[in-house]
Design a protein around this ligand. Structure first.
Ligand SMILES: Nc1ncnc2c1ncn2[C@@H]1O[C@H](COP(=O)(O)OP(=O)(O)O)[C@@H](O)[C@H]1O
Length: 262
């Protein structure tokens, strides 16, 4: 554990506060966490924000998939766990994350948006003990849309792009607004190279959702009670949600300034 503490401590910069009066974001090297159910869009929004803010997008799901495709000593153990929709042990995840942070540090990275970590109270406690997380964004979407979004997920096995072929329409009821999410279709040259994640089958997604409610939802309360949680209800697909998310993060002006300077 000491090694993990040292590694994570070394990459943490002076804790920035989340305020519109703080120094420019690029100089603040934000340390943010994205929480949310499988299929909610953590990867999509975290990676867009990382591009905007110039910090690395660190998704523990990607670290796990990379490790299991590398045919290393952990591969078969990991593929069994992931393909059943279960969580990898805290110890393995902390090791993968520590290594990723150390590699990033060696390349001069600072700041991050973590996606898919922490997923248990134990992981949250370890992270809280070693670095100062500025903000935790909890993305939320109506339950009906989550399964459809996971089943519609496609990845281009050449360029690595993430797409979604699902066309989602959820009826409004009991005062709750309806929602339409258009598919995010790949360009023609990716069309024949699309693959589906092995854990995006109906049975496995349902198990992942069950495990999220049991093990990961308590992490929301962990950060809520520390005053770090920003709840964000996604109003629809990317065109509706992205500008609203920027507004909620006080980044709408920032994006305009970045595009004007480009
Ligand atoms: N922080 C973590 N703790 C334990 N297991 C994890 C963690 N992050 C990723 N995993 C493993 O990797 C799988 C894929 O993760 P991810 O891509 O984040 O999926 P999801 O779409 O469910 O959010 C998870 O189902 C789990 O087995």
């Amino acid at each position: 554990m000491a090694a993990i503490t040292r590694l994570v401590k070394r990459v943490s910069s002076a804790a920035p506060t989340f305020s519109s009066h703080a120094p420019p974001l690029k100089e603040r090297n934000v340390q943010w966490v994205f929480l949310g159910c499988p299929g909610v869009g953590k990867g999509t929004y975290a990676s867009r924000l990382c591009t905007l803010l110039g910090v690395p997008h660190i998704a523990t799901g990607d670290l796990v998939r990379h490790e299991l495709s590398s045919n290393g000593p952990l591969s078969s153990q990991l593929s069994e766990i992931v393909n059943q929709g279960k969580l990898v042990s805290d110890e393995i995840i902390i090791n993968l994350l520590s290594k990723r942070l150390a590699d990033g540090e060696a390349k001069g990275e600072s700041g991050f948006i973590l996606d898919g970590f922490p997923r248990t109270i134990k992981q949250a406690e370890i992270l809280e003990g070693v670095t100062d997380i500025d903000l935790v964004v909890n993305l939320k979407l109506q339950e009906e849309a989550l399964l459809a979004k996971c089943l519609g997920r496609r990845i281009c096995n050449q360029c690595g792009g993430n797409f979604n072929v699902a066309s989602i329409s959820v009826k409004g009821e009991n005062g709750r607004p309806g929602m339409v999410m258009a598919p995010l279709l790949p360009p023609a040259h990716c069309m024949s190279k699309l693959i589906t994640r092995a854990d995006d089958t109906e049975a496995v997604v349902k198990e992942r959702l069950r495990i999220y409610n049991e093990k990961s939802q308590p992490v929301e309360e962990f950060y809520r009670s520390r005053g770090k949680l920003l709840e964000f209800d996604l109003p629809g697909g990317i065109p509706e949600s992205w500008p609203k998310l920027l507004q909620a993060l006080n980044l709408d002006d920032y994006e305009e300034k970045q595009s004007a300077a480009a």
